[in-house]
Design a protein around this ligand. Structure first.
Ligand code: ADE
Length: 389
């Protein structure tokens, strides 16, 4: 499958607030364009490197092979069957959730199931109109265009996508100022699959153009164990089920992490041990790689310990945390926090982040005694004799 790599410089962090709805181009588009204009568009289109990446063949290739996300699979199975029986492309699909849960994998599977091509790109690589225009003009009927980090689309690219998604039409402005004219190019109907870790950062006009909006959730222990066993088979690595479970426990509910840890344990066995991956070997290896029994790595533990040691457990703002730890605020918010929230080690409040008592305990800190506020009602509860009733 063709994957289009992004070679853009680091994008700006998007605002947390959803942006204002975009305005449509003022000029009414003319219906058609000439073949030479179309060719010109194709020529000026960005031609990002196409690289082939099969990730050692460990990505599942069909919905049947895909473990977990039961509800999502059911929804997609129905959408696929319905679209196929009508001989239409799939509806546009927005997938959201923390990184590493299988959004790209799902887009590739959809393409396999629909027997179409999938072009993969990322929003920061689509800065100029011609970047997206090239992809749209070249898409064949039913093809899937996967845009990762879709909340980072530039305004101009997003505006090009509106008519493309709604009416399979590319509206482009040729020239500048007084001489500017809008041309409209018919496109083949395609399916846009957008992926984001921040669904709230999408503008509502863009969000509203997706027919399906689906969340990916963290994986259960048994699902991750099955994924690790499956990947081990693909990698021809011998593993015992308790060994897979030990890796799964430390994989933060995330298949990408599970497969990464499996590869590290496989290295460890090859160099330091022998035989299959057992529970004990997996535990030893992952301790060595600084992944604790809850799956927290060095950065997770540092984030929590800075909150506890420097801010008495919080509340502390995201930017303050970023400054205090030297981590990027967006990375903290999108990569580290979701799992810490999920396992109940972190709370987000309007006043900032708070490390929970479970986090204090896990890191071996003793929580300070709270000063007891003596109220009349507490005296009443404790001492009937003082009751005013
Ligand atoms: N590898 C990564 N994610 C997977 C999944 N959900 N099912 C099977 N194999 C996987």
């Amino acid at each position: 499958m063709a994957i289009i790599s992004s070679k853009q410089p680091d994008p700006q962090q998007p605002d947390d607030e959803p942006q204002k709805p975009k305005q449509k181009p003022k000029q009414k588009p003319e219906p058609q364009t000439t073949p030479s204009q179309k060719n010109q568009l194709l020529e000026t289109a960005a031609r990002p490197d196409e690289v082939s990446r099969n990730e050692d063949g460990i990505r599942p290739q069909s919905l049947d092979d895909y473990i977990g996300q039961k509800a999502l699979k059911e929804v997609l199975q129905i959408a696929i069957q319905a679209a196929q029986s009508r001989n239409e492309p799939l509806d546009h699909l927005l997938l959201y959730g923390p990184p590493g849960l299988g959004k790209t994998t799902m887009a590739l599977i959809l393409a396999q199931e629909m027997k179409v091509d999938c072009k993969i790109t990322t929003a920061p690589a689509l800065e100029r109109p011609r970047d997206i225009a090239g992809l749209l003009v070249n898409a064949k009927a039913g093809d899937i265009l996967f845009i990762d980090e879709i909340h980072r689309l530039s305004r101009v690219t997003e505006e090009i996508l509106y008519p493309a998604m709604e009416d399979a039409r590319l509206d482009i402005t040729i020239g500048k100022g007084q001489s500017a004219r809008t041309r409209s190019i018919p496109l083949q109907p395609f399916t846009l699959v957008g992926a984001t870790t921040k669904v709230g950062a999408l503008t509502s006009p863009l969000r509203d153009r997706f027919g399906l909006i689906q969340r990916l959730r963290f994986y259960e222990l048994d699902e991750l164990t099955s994924i690790i066993l499956r990947t081990a088979t693909v990698l021809k690595t011998e593993i015992k089920e308790p060994g897979a479970m030990e890796i799964a426990r430390r994989a933060r509910g995330t298949p990408r992490i599970a497969n990464r840890l499996l590869k590290r344990v496989r290295d460890y066995v090859q160099v330091k041990a022998s035989g299959p991956i057992t529970e004990q070997i997996a535990g030893e290896a992952l301790e060595l790689f600084n992944v604790d029994p809850c799956g927290l790595d060095w950065t997770d533990r540092r984030l929590l310990s800075v909150m506890i040691e420097n801010f008495n457990g919080g509340p502390v703002g995201l930017d303050t945390m970023a400054a205090a730890t030297g981590e990027d605020a967006q990375t903290i918010e999108e990569v580290y926090e979701p799992y810490l929230l999920q396992i109940g080690y972190l709370q987000r409040t309007p006043r900032g982040r708070i490390a929970t008592p479970a986090a204090w305990r896990h890191l071996g800190y003793e929580m300070p005694e709270k000063p007891t506020l003596v109220t009349l009602s507490s005296i009443n509860d404790d001492n009937d004799q003082l009751s005013l009733m």
